[in-house]
Ligand binder design. Structure first.
Ligand SMILES: [Zn+2]
Ligand SMILES: [Zn+2]
Length: 266
């Protein structure tokens, strides 16, 4: 199994134990075949978290690739925060050499953070979800330099009335529109197991959204724990693969030099 979404100390929200080397050792101990570091690049983040130094990040990963090359496959990725007004900056970052994989994720809507609840403040849950999906649509309509769309329904985690307030039927049209665009662009989505770790009843995205993606002809799915500490690597992967398999997916994807390879789900 390959974990294609994880953070090290190069991300400011990681646990102190998440050194790049600890993450590699934990992945080996857990028997993962490969990992891709996807530390945050959130340009113009409202709280100005700062952007990692890509050269330092890149060399730290290269060092691990050399050190552990016969024990685990290690890839270099980023999780790029998408916002409609920073396409140019994001395009410039994505063009940096040596990147294997880019996750495109929404962490900020209308310049307000999802994580600290600023964005949803003063909105009904329904309005919040609709503007989140609208922002997502805007982002992927004008920016394509990513490989897999991260935690598509992450907004579910922050609703004032809990995840049950996310009524799939209300958003299925917007979701279908987004997924059709992703498929047309030749991009993928991820199954992000952190939903359960954060106390939701399911992964990101909801099963229904995975079924919809399958029905629309989606084939590219990456697998990510979104670990910010060594113990969370590969979280619930067996369950995630069983779920994909039950929906009819036969493969998950890994990326090297921005090209997908399909790995059969056993
Ligand atoms: Zn994220
Ligand atoms: Zn992440």
């Amino acid at each position: 199994m390959h974990d294609l979404h994880l953070h090290s100390l190069f991300s400011s929200d990681s646990y102190p134990s998440a050194t790049i080397e600890n993450m590699c050792n934990s992945a080996i101990q857990k028997g993962l075949e490969g990992i891709c570091f996807t530390d945050h690049i959130d340009i113009d983040y409202p709280t100005d978290e700062g952007i990692l130094n890509f050269n330092d990040y890149s060399s730290a990963i290269d060092e691990m690739i050399l050190k552990y090359n016969n024990r685990i496959d290690i890839y270099k990725g980023i999780e790029l925060g998408l916002q409609p007004h920073i396409f140019e900056e994001n395009s410039a970052f994505s063009a940096k050499p040596g990147i294997d994989f880019i996750i495109g994720s929404i962490h900020v809507v209308n310049k307000k953070e999802l994580y600290k609840g600023d964005f949803l403040q003063g909105k009904s849950d329904e309005d919040g979800v609709l503007s989140y999906l609208d922002e997502l649509k805007k982002c992927i309509s004008s920016f394509s330099n990513f490989d897999s769309l991260g935690h598509i329904d992450v907004v579910r985690r922050y609703l004032a009335n809990g995840e049950k307030a996310f009524d799939y039927n209300k958003y299925s049209e917007a979701l279908e529109n987004i997924l059709r665009t992703i498929i047309y662009m030749g991009k993928g989505i991820e199954i992000n197991t952190s939903g359960k770790r954060y106390g939701l009843s399911s992964f990101h995205p909801l099963e229904k959204i995975l079924y919809l993606y399958k029905r629309l002809g989606g084939e590219i799915i990456t697998l990510g724990s979104d670990a910010h500490s060594p113990e969370d690597l590969g979280y619930c992967f067996k369950e995630a693969l069983d779920l994909l398999s039950s929906i009819g997916f036969k493969y998950y994807c890994i990326f090297k030099k921005r090209k997908p390879s399909f790995i059969r789900i056993e």
